[in-house]
Design a protein around this ligand. Sequence first.
Ligand code: M6R
Length: 608
Amino acid sequence: MCGIVGAVAKRNVVPILVEGLLRLEYRGYDSAGLVVVNDKSLERVRSTGRVAELAEKSLKTNGTIGIAHTRWATHGVPSERNAHPHTSNELIAVVHNGIIENYEELRSKLTGEGYIFTSDTDTEVIAHLIHSYYIKNKDLLKSTQSALAELVGAYAIGVIAADNPDQLIGARKGSPLLLGVGEGEYFIASDMSALLQVTQKVVYLEEGDVVALALVGYKIYDAKGGAIERPVNISELNNESVELGEYQHYMQKEIHEQPQALADTLESVCNSQSLVPGIFGAEAANSFAQINRILILACGTSSHAGMVAKYWLEEIAGVPCAVEIASEYRYRVSVADPETLIVTISQSGETADTLAALNHAKSIGHKHTLAICNVPESAIIRQSKLRFLTRAGPEIGVASTKAFTTQLAALFLLTLVLAKQNGRLSAKQEQAHLHDLRHLPSAVLAVLKAEPEIAELAKHFADKHHALFLGRGLHYPIALEGALKLKEISYIHAEAYPAGELKHGPLALVDSDMPVVAVAPNDILLEKLKSNLQEVKARGGQLYVFADSETKIHSSEGVHVMQMPEHAGFLSPILHTIPLQLLAYYVALQKGTDVDKPRNLAKSVTVE
Ligand code: M6R
């Protein structure tokens, strides 16, 4: 969701800005733009198309300092006039991620002062506000700090001034922004993938930080305005990890990266002989000893991981667990229980609703917090007491795939650690689970071999408008995840139900035009599920069943069965996710949709 790149260098920065935006495309956007200072004036180029179009339009643009942006519309429709950068009086230019909540108030104040607005965005108030200070003090840093003091809301910004070709200001509060350190050149960006082209050295800015970049170096100021040092880190990301390689889409690449992502996530555990709370942080043993229930907060796919974990935590660890959608929890009046562990799950670690839910939980008195996240240094990681980093690597496709299965792996580890603490895991059981976890990457690899078969099945969905997904128990959240994947990237309306609910309403929808996808592991609910499938078959529904080999469900008229290679016991939800991801991917290919950047969606949802 929205992306920022900025650079100050001795060379023309336009190619760096454009390449940076290309690498941020995955975040989701509907317009793009850049501005550079050239001969003491601002040269701005904007476009409502793809970044490639912006690149075409800016071929002749040249400057050694500049800022660029991909916009995902919040205030004002996607259009060139609403695209960033926004300028004030040809002097100040601003790019902005986030939402300024008091923009209407500021807009009328600035209008009263004679400022003319040319867009419908909240961002334009920032440009005019900085301008109103800058014309008085000619100090870009101070003007930006004064303007920021008037803003209510979330922001990451980049600012330049036409008459100041050697200074770029960046600032963050509530939206991610980092600083890239090159050889005599400096950069800002919303995430590191934009900067790998120029540097591996990164400084993670803290909440409220303002940074002033110049050719001679940079200076960081904290929320109170005092100069502060922040550590320079070497990013673990490399160019290869964000490149497509042999694959057609990032989603396909990321589906295939799951065996490695799981192996990396489980590495420390699988190499040891026993499970210890320390994998969740130094204070985990102490925290875990004080809690007796869990509340999981997350959005979208991450919340589905939480729903699977609820089954594991209650059955294996004997810990009561509730799962709540973060955007609901943050506004609900709830009762804080000091013995509850708050677990937030997030691929990006920057999802506004999940972050706000975490802070809400803390504000009402929850002191035990654990983040399961894929991005080190993300806000959710930094604001939680305990943490587990999934090691899925960068996930570029908007549809979450490897992040989900690695979240499940992390949650299974949490379950085992708590089960052990609660005396519910014998040494023999612990070894058996460790064995299954070591085997997991190769079990996933075996499922991926079914790709051609699933690509064939997908053809049956291409002309459909609706689909129903069924699962039971542990696999009901997997049905939800399968439906979310399908609707997200193929735009087919898909719903998921616990199969037992079928006859309480959704059965009315079933006819020969309604594909019904069933997740059918060989577990204790199998016979119940088989009866539910009969109910569908009897109404002429077309069944697509992902069945473990021992289930004895076979293809017949109207029943298409894909045999899963093995039943993985408690880890079965991870294996059963894979074919549903592949199904969604191949249906989207059939329909010719933009798989990695589905319409209206953003990768990292940093606004409410
Ligand atoms: O980064 P997060 O895991 O916090 O993101 C949460 C959701 O926005 C995300 O899972 C979304 O539902 C995905 N696009 C689903 O594929």
